[in-house]
Design a protein around this ligand. Structure first.
Ligand SMILES: Cc1cc2nc3c(=O)[nH]c(=O)nc-3n(C[C@H](O)[C@H](O)[C@H](O)COP(=O)(O)O)c2cc1C
Length: 348
């Protein structure tokens, strides 16, 4: 039974960050016993048998994942898994705890079915997130850890932050994502320039390779890119991903563009996600798939608000699809619809 039409008006009465906290609290409760997890799974189970996806050497129970930023601290993975996600990307985590930007920093653009956030990597730091990951009960869901640099780390030393987090998270994650594309850490997106990015990725992959023997696994490393780069910038960043020998690319993060936005919050600074990002993100996905020409798998993120959007991304060449803002406006029923729409026989 889908209760979200009843719950949504209540959540939308709250400030967006409070509403987020309320859903996290509910998922924490739901995820803490076997019985409640089972009930969630029963409620949100797809009505078709989902097709597993094999990518980067991992097996994903289905093609749909939760994008980074919802469960920044890795606190509610079992509850989220109960909603039917095949993978959950926690984080962004930075080496040291940081408070993020002052509130308010999250805005709901109801008319536009969009969100603007300028959270600024608020998180309790790598050590605490690692503790949460150690304690967590793991099921079949694939867990990615999205890693970033601390605000106070100068860009010249950014690679050290990423390497520290690769070392710390490698035993605990199924895959890692190097995030160089959030618009809310000053200067972060400059790390997407080809030469700088290549250096960071080479350092991160070298650290991963050094640890591969001890860990007895080859941990896939992905890089997440912005939708706001000009064509040459995207091509350069993708070349860095190939040269750095990462295992995949995620396109895209949120956008700084505000085209077509009508909400009174349009002047707020931060990254825009949801419906207005749909076309831009799909265009970048298509471009990335064309440029990479099979050299690296591509994960789609951005503007997935319907099952049709998810399907369009697989049709455009994505191996996996992530969503976040769609969950705010449509609730967890969207996950099931996307899983069902991407499990169709004729896709495989
Ligand atoms: C509130 C909020 C916080 C986010 N935080 C992060 C983050 O910490 N790291 C990251 O890589 N992406 C973050 N994102 C971006 C999402 O992971 C996703 O790439 C983006 O929202 C586009 O997908 P969507 O349109 O389905 O939301 C955040 C998005 C939102 C709405």
């Amino acid at each position: 039974m889908n209760l979200y039409p009843v719950i949504k008006p209540l959540l939308f009465q709250l400030q967006p960050e409070q509403a987020h906290g309320a859903t996290v609290a509910a998922l924490r409760l739901a995820g803490c016993s076997r019985l409640t997890c089972w009930c969630l799974q029963r409620c949100f189970a797809p009505r078709v048998v989902p097709r597993p996806v094999h990518a980067f050497g991992l097996t994903f129970p289905n093609a749909i994942g939760l994008a980074a930023g919802y469960d920044k601290n890795a606190e509610v993975v079992p509850g989220l898994a109960g909603l039917g996600f095949g993978h959950i990307e926690v984080g962004t985590v930075t080496p040291l705890a940081q408070p993020g930007n002052p509130q308010p920093r999250l805005f709901r653009l109801v008319e536009d079915r969009a969100v603007i956030n300028r959270m600024g990597f608020n998180n309790p730091g790598g050590a605490l997130v690692a503790e949460n990951l150690v304690r967590m009960k793991r099921g079949r869901v694939v867990i990615g850890v999205n890693i970033g640099k601390n605000k106070l780390t100068p860009n010249e030393r950014a690679a050290e932050d990423y390497v520290t987090l690769v070392r710390q998270m490698a035993p605990l994650a199924d895959y890692l994502v190097i995030n160089v594309s959030s618009p809310n850490t000053p200067g972060l997106r400059a790390l997407q320039s080809e030469t700088v990015l290549r250096e960071i990725l080479i350092a991160a992959v070298a650290e991963r390779n050094d640890r591969a023997h001890d860990l007895q696994k080859m941990l896939p490393i992905l890089v997440k890119l912005s939708p706001d780069m000009p064509a040459e910038g995207l091509a350069g960043a993708l070349q860095a991903a190939v040269d750095g020998k990462v295992d995949g690319v995620i396109v895209t993060n949120t956008t700084l563009a505000r085209e077509g936005i009508t909400s009174r919050y349009q002047e707020e600074s931060g990254g825009l996600s949801g419906a207005p990002l749909r076309e831009r993100s799909l265009a970048v996905l298509k471009e990335a798939v064309t440029i990479l020409n099979g050299e690296l798998p591509v994960v789609a993120s951005g503007g997935v608000m319907t099952a049709e959007d998810a399907r369009a991304r697989l049709d455009a060449g994505a191996v996996l699809v992530q969503l976040y803002t769609g969950l705010v406006f449509l609730g967890p029923g969207l996950v099931r619809e996307c899983v069902e729409r991407t499990a169709r026989e004729d896709l495989y």
